[in-house]
Design a protein around this ligand. Structure first.
Ligand code: KG4
Ligand code: ZN
Length: 414
């Protein structure tokens, strides 16, 4: 049995609170009646336990989050049963906190939206079984959420962005380029053929032992690389971007990771230090890997923009490129993408960093988007399962490759 308090905490907008409280004094619950749709979003697909309550206009009424980053940094990566245990220990408290801060009664919710795909099976399972119990207890509709769809739509909470737009999603588990034509209408233009950029940056950071670096010890791998790269000189290492001959929008990062591994091994020999100690050239390596990653992402995105314009899938003069996912909080990578959007008369939009990484708000907002569009709202939860692997949209990456669009060279002066 889940125990949820009715109300507590503060509203984000006092004027709205007054309206709600006034109506409540007559036993009228605005969330369920006529004012706003309210969705509770729950996210547990990877290593963050997050929840939020968001209304139809994008107001975040309450939010809570428990990050497992520190634990996983210590164990050198995510160990799924550890992630599962931490989700189990925290989910009730986090959902309760999001609801309490929002000061709504659970009965006012229009629906509960939860990430059910893709992600770590053990982590997804915790969020889903908790949500299904809650749905059953509160008798609310359930909205299953695709984690990458949620990342893609977050921008519509923070900015006025109409469909269609192009999205580049770059995180620890994903790397894809897609055309977003509607709430659940995606054309997949390209994806990583091996690991995601965040995964590669995490591995490089681990290999460089950045957890032992006094300035980076609590940062995720990608963040540590970005931080250290500012002190480094990328020209000390010449690392070529991958897949330069493949004229498609796919990505690859494992080759790059191996090149960096070899470089680190070589430098360790030269500097006469053991694996686990910090190289004097760590910042230069960080700068070089960040630059090569940025160039690779920029080139494939440039091709995707040209493809969409060639096929009239995007406006010629008002096209929007959205970049989201944990790696999108990297300002160097954003600048590389800005060079591309400037050259192609597009607008680059990124959610604020805290909404780029995993959070409950994006899941609740995806729920609102689906409620408004009348898509995937379940009144019967029988047979709902989580899916660790799940593609996003219709895959047209073969067609993109066949178009073999040559991308003009841009000067990547970042
Ligand atoms: O979206 P996210 O929070 O989780 C999923 O993977 O879905 O992304 C986490 C990833 C990690 O690999 C982390 O190293 C990377 O995002 N990341 C960054 C930065 N901040 C987080 N990568 C590059 N630069 C950053 N500033
Ligand atoms: Zn994510």
């Amino acid at each position: 049995m889940l125990i949820l308090n009715k109300t507590a905490g503060v509203f984000s907008k006092p004027s709205k609170r007054k309206v709600y409280e006034f109506l409540r004094s007559f036993n009228i619950y605005p969330g369920t009646l006529f004012l706003h749709k309210l969705v509770l979003g729950i996210e547990t697909s990877c290593d963050d336990t997050a929840a939020a309550v968001v209304d139809e206009t994008g107001n975040v009424l309450g939010e809570a989050m428990h990050s497992q980053t520190e634990v996983h940094l210590k164990t050198g990566g995510i160990i799924p049963p550890v992630a599962q245990q931490l989700h189990r220990e925290n989910i009730q408290r986090i959902v309760q906190e999001a609801l309490s801060v929002s000061r709504i009664s659970p009965s006012e919710l229009s629906a509960i939206a939860t990430t059910i795909k893709p992600g770590l099976a053990l982590s997804l399972g915790v969020g889903l079984s908790f949500s299904l119990q809650l749905v059953d207890q509160l008798k609310k509709p359930f909205i299953p959420i695709h984690h990458m769809e949620a990342h893609a739509l977050t921008i519509r909470l923070t900015n006025k962005v109409e469909f269609p737009f192009l999205v580049l999603l770059i995180s620890g588990g994903h790397c894809l380029l897609a055309l977003v034509r509607g709430v659940s209408d995606f054309l997949l233009l390209g994806k990583s053929l091996d690991i995601a950029p965040g995964d590669m940056l995490d591995k490089v950071a681990r290999r460089l032992s950045l957890i032992r670096h006094p300035e980076c010890s609590t940062m995720s791998g990608g963040k540590a690389i970005e931080h250290l790269a500012k002190q480094g000189n990328r020209f000390h290492f010449d690392i070529k971007p991958p897949m330069q001959r493949a004229k498609n929008c796919d990505f690859s990062f494992s080759g790059l990771q191996h090149v960096i591994d070899k470089t680190i091994m070589q430098k360790e020999k030269e500097e006469g230090i053991e694996k686990g100690q910090i190289l004097s050239s760590a910042a230069d390596i960080a700068a070089a890997v960040q630059h090569t990653t940025a160039c690779h992402l920029a080139k494939r995105t440039h091709r995707a923009i040209l493809f969409c314009k060639q096929r009239n899938l995007l406006s010629q003069s008002n096209a929007v490129l959205v970049v989201s996912g944990g790696v999108a909080s990297n300002l160097y990578i954003r600048k590389a993408l800005e060079i591309v959007t400037n050259a192609t008369q597009c607008t680059l939009l990124c959610p604020p960093p805290r909404l780029c990484t995993d959070n409950g708000i994006m899941i609740a907002w995806n729920g609102i988007e689906r409620l408004r569009a009348g898509l995937g709202i379940l009144h019967n939860i029988e047979g709902v399962r989580y899916e660790p692997k799940c593609p996003l949209g219709v895959d047209i990456s073969k067609e993109v490759g066949e178009a073999a669009i040559k991308v003009p060279r841009l000067k990547m002066k970042i």
